[in-house]
Design a protein around this ligand. Sequence first.
Ligand SMILES: NC(=O)C1=CN([C@@H]2O[C@H](COP(=O)(O)OP(=O)(O)OC[C@H]3O[C@@H](n4cnc5c(N)ncnc54)[C@H](O)[C@@H]3O)[C@@H](O)[C@H]2O)[C@@H](O)CC1
Ligand SMILES: Nc1ncnc2c1ncn2[C@@H]1O[C@H](COP(=O)(O)OP(=O)(O)O)[C@@H](O)[C@H]1O
Ligand SMILES: [K+]
Length: 498
Amino acid sequence: MRYAHTVDTVRGAEGELMARLPDGALMRRAATGLARVCARVLPRVYGSRVVLLVGGGDNGGDALYAGSQLASRGAAVRALLVGSRVHEGGLSALRSAGGRAVEVPRTTEIPAGSEAATEMAAADLIVDGLVGIGGTGGLRGPHASLAALAGATETPTVAVDLPSGIEADTGAVEGTAVRADVTVTFGTHKPGLLVSPGAEHAGVVELVDIGLAGELPTARLESPQAGDVDVSLPRPGPESTKYRRGVLGMAVGSDRYRGAAVLAAGGALRGGVGMLRYAGHDAVATEVLRHWPEVVVSVLDPEDPLAGLPERVDAWVVGPGRGVDGDAETELEAILGSPLPVLLDADAVTLLGTRPRLVRDREAPTLLTPHAAEMARLLPDTSPREIEARRLEYATRTAEEYGCVVLLKGSTTVIAEPGRPALADPNGTSLLATAGTGDVLSGLVGSLLSGGLAPREAAMCGAYLHGLAARLAHDGGPISASDLIGALPSAIRALRTE
Ligand SMILES: NC(=O)C1=CN([C@@H]2O[C@H](COP(=O)(O)OP(=O)(O)OC[C@H]3O[C@@H](n4cnc5c(N)ncnc54)[C@H](O)[C@@H]3O)[C@@H](O)[C@H]2O)[C@@H](O)CC1
Ligand SMILES: Nc1ncnc2c1ncn2[C@@H]1O[C@H](COP(=O)(O)OP(=O)(O)O)[C@@H](O)[C@H]1O
Ligand SMILES: [K+]
């Protein structure tokens, strides 16, 4: 697991630690770790050209001290100072080691042809020490200007603690932000490094241990790794039977949207369900059977659809392609009335927007898996764009307002449960941005729910395997939702070698 803590928590923990250490010890640890990573990014340190972007806070201080270490190993280091002040200790260390520093005009836009821009383009490395966890709002003035100019170069960029311009606690990016190839973060990850759009600015994230671990409370956000999924994933044992492995009920697809049912069934079957009981009208049920003869099908009577719903199941998946008409609503109500774990996706989420009590009053485990537009129907004062800009915040808010677990789909899949650290899936890939992959996810996560996992863990394992399967299915060209189903067994197998 990777753990991420908020700015307030990091500051509190740093305060505790600093009280026991000599002055400047933490910054020395941070800068040494930073310099070590910079040295790895450079083809060789001696003779290389390094430009430091230095803001007025301790983030700039880290950059200056790291720059001084590179300068003493023979790099030509030049610091561009943009703050209204500068970390004096860092500046004199840089100068003593032979580095140079120039002040960038603070009030004007820095032009593309300026000396600063030319130096950045010609450098072997840019170190972004504009702002760290002390940043507030979007980058302003010369900071924004330098970040944009750095982004226009091909020069490899290492961000100090976090790419300047991303919001540490959320990953939101308001305006210009540095795009780093590597981010060297100190003590613990920051949520914004793990959640898009911030995550896309961070590149490869390297954690430098500054001795903070013992001071840190529970994380705000966790990011599962292969081993976390591997230990949580239910696997058949000697005493397994199809019933013990878990029976999943599926109320998915319709005569109009038959593919949704076929894809969700595929996700459940390749996800390791013990038995899949599918319920639907004749035409869609026939289609499911044609693709997957191992499914046990209940054909629903259009006159009395509730009568045909299977009873002996361990969990339910409801919604994808099911429709939002009166029958779909009655069915959803009946399924939510059971004491079983239920996953609501797509149309079921839309229906919930007008009947929130169906989930708010429910005690049994409930998991919602909306994309941003579906989530916006659950939060009437919000737009999909706002949700995508602040995924962690809105996933958390939805989970709290509805009193259940929420998996928000999209560029970074975020899973939230009231009172627990949120989870950010590390495996997201835009290969998944194709119709039907969400249906596969609902079946896959449903199979894990029926296998006994709690919704948060089922969502975590499902999202991870989903992204991994997409990567494994990819051989250079696009992939389809059907390819994803085919790659799920390899993804499960690959967990042990990841
Ligand atoms: N506190 C500690 O013990 C440690 C802190 N460290 C470093 O210290 C950093 C935090 O330092 P600070 O608290 O000084 O804060 P920062 O250096 O992150 O930012 C503060 C400075 O940025 C300016 N600023 C803030 N938002 C801005 C914006 N949107 N546009 C332009 N300028 C903006 C402020 O006016 C101020 O000058 C960490 O990110 C980390 O790099 C490390 O050295 C490890 C130890
Ligand atoms: N840009 C993206 N980057 C990463 N994953 C994405 C992206 N766009 C979509 N996805 C993933 O693809 C799946 C799409 O699901 P969904 O929107 O429900 O589609 P559908 O209803 O067509 O199946 C989700 O798992 C989502 O997280
Ligand atoms: K930075």
